[in-house]
Design a protein around this ligand. Structure first.
Ligand code: ZN
Length: 200
């Protein structure tokens, strides 16, 4: 915790003054252009990977960068934060691009690929069903990481706000996989889960 307090002091003394104009503008303006959905993994930092400033990315982070399909989202507890974030990003913020970003060495995907026993982690087990609707065995983790990005893009498109925006050409969906040891970002073809050829 001491590290965090020292970080805040450094931010206030050195970083904030250098970007004072930006923060003054952001005080009254929230117009991010991109909804960035990534894993909660501490090694995946959306603003660092994309070199974006505060105010540019509207970020949702979940274990395994999972987006429950809308049919699964008809819950009675009202605790559907992912759906709320997607709806707000499109209907209020008017974002134009959505990135779902998987990553190498993902703990959630490793657990699925290895068929790990999750009986001691019942909430994790329930959550990971959004990545394994068939319950089929998964095999190699690197393949699963890419296929999962494609699956979550498909889940994303089931949300009414996303479907409406796609129908009106108002939003573009992107699949990425970030490689932690090299910094590489691979684009994923939403239809196949394979690396996208010559994508811009
Ligand atoms: Zn992960």
């Amino acid at each position: 915790m001491q590290d965090l307090a020292e970080g805040v002091a450094h931010f206030q003394q050195d970083v904030f003054p250098a970007k004072a104009e930006l923060f003054a503008r952001l005080a009254t303006t929230h117009r991010p252009h991109t909804l960035f959905i990534s894993c909660s993994d501490a090694r995946v930092v959306p603003e660092l990977i994309t070199q974006r400033e505060p105010g540019e990315l509207f970020v949702i982070r979940t274990a395994g960068n999972l987006v429950p399909a809308h049919a699964d989202g008809a819950r009675t507890d009202g605790a559907d934060g992912v759906t709320a974030g997607i709806e707000y990003a499109l209907a209020v913020l008017g974002i134009r691009d959505i990135v779902i970003c998987g990553h190498s060495a993902c703990g959630a995907m490793t657990a699925l690929a290895a068929g790990q026993d999750l009986t001691e982690l019942p909430a994790v087990s329930r959550w990971l069903r959004h990545a394994a609707p068939t319950g089929a065995p998964h095999g190699e983790v690197d393949v699963l990481i890419r296929n999962n990005v494609a699956l979550q893009l498909a889940n994303l498109a089931t949300h009414p706000a996303v479907a409406r925006a796609l129908a009106g050409d108002a939003v573009t969906l992107h699949g990425w996989v970030y490689d932690i040891p090299t910094g590489a970002v691979e684009r994923i073809d939403p239809a196949t889960g394979r690396p996208a050829a010559l994508a811009a």
